[in-house]
Design a protein around this ligand. Sequence first.
Ligand code: SF4
Length: 464
Amino acid sequence: MNFPVLLCSCYELGHQPLSLAWPLAALQEAGFPVTAVDLSVSPWPEAQVAQARLVAISVPMHTALRLGVEAARRVRDANPEAHICLYGLYAHLNAGFLLGRGKEETALADSVLAGEVEPTLVALAHALAQGQDPATVPGVTTRTQDAAPVRVRPRYPVPARRPLPPLERYARLVVDGTHRLAGYTESTRGCLHTCRHCPVVPIYRGRFFAVPVETVLADIRQQVAAGAQHITFGDPDFLNGPGHARRVAQALHREFPQITFDFTTKVEHILAHPHLLQELRELGALFVVSAFESTSDAVLARLHKGHTRADLERALEVLAAADLAVQPTWLPFTPWTHLDDYLEMLAWIRAHGLVPNVPPVQLSIRLLVPPGSALLEDPENRRWFGPLDPVHFTHRWVHPDPRMDTLQQQVARIAETAVGQANPEAAFAQIEAVAYRTADRPPPPPLSLQASPEPPRLTEDWFC
Ligand code: SF4
């Protein structure tokens, strides 16, 4: 079919982008000439932009959307005839801004879609190739037509990775002082849970979809053939379907007993599945990413996290019994987090020996409230959030204690300087110093720097 399609991704936490590889496979199967470019590691594809009739840009997270908007502007300038589609969680949440609703000028995007997007992207390409109005394609949101995110399980093709940059260009696993090539896949999409601040929730509404084990394994197989020695399961929560997770890990271990892996799961699941965690460790799991978020029960309740501070303690015990390292992620700046809570969190991380497990950026994260966030559904929460700042893709909020907003900016600067440095203890000490100074309290004694061995981690830190 003579209808060139260009797929772009902007930033996916240093992984080879699955959000390109999956639609690429679906569009190739449908017979479209497709090029996929990861703008985070490749130069601007001038020739492909000039030729493309459909340019689809993946924006699964906030940072990707910021970059995606710039990419869309460049595409529009270079090729005003091309149809620009933004797809992914953040595309749908910010559809009004991206489609220029209520504005006279040309929109950044002609359509947006989210959810299980591959068949819809193929249908959109077919419609455009045949000169049809994209608004007639189910699942496609345009300036004149609203469509719900696609929540129908598709047939998942094996992701097409061969045209993507090699794994050497992406984040690596660091373990025992060595760097190893890492791959990335997902065994499920969406999430069973409804934590209020999470961007998955407005799109999937508590649903998740399992990718067939043989498709997951085929994707792993091609990455192992390309040199991967470790696989990240980037599912929003790997243990939403515990039986499925076990089958995937067993299949992986049966075929590649030397391959290690990491996965993300919530505290509730850690507590519910201690035996499964031990089994996953035996099957090659090295570490677990888990959204601890806060040590304040009041904040955890606001977020509907389904766990308490006491559960964090129990989760650490379960993980230690399974001999699994943890990378806790945090949401330290919310309108409900007081300065004392912040100090409490730092003290808790220190007391549990987790300083090397927490990248400094995690201590700087400020709550984002994108349009459509489930936080806005709760009338009690609404008074905390101001109007939408569409250009920054979040509702504005200021902390009732101005010291917290200043502290957040100071911590963000420390975290920025610490990126790529091998010594999280030094940044942690700086963060402690500034936080205790803000509270006008003496900081705790210096950390012992010869402490614990470096936990396994990826070279690119998680953030949104
Ligand atoms: S468990 Fe994780 S992915 Fe699921 S809704 Fe909560 S924060 Fe989002």
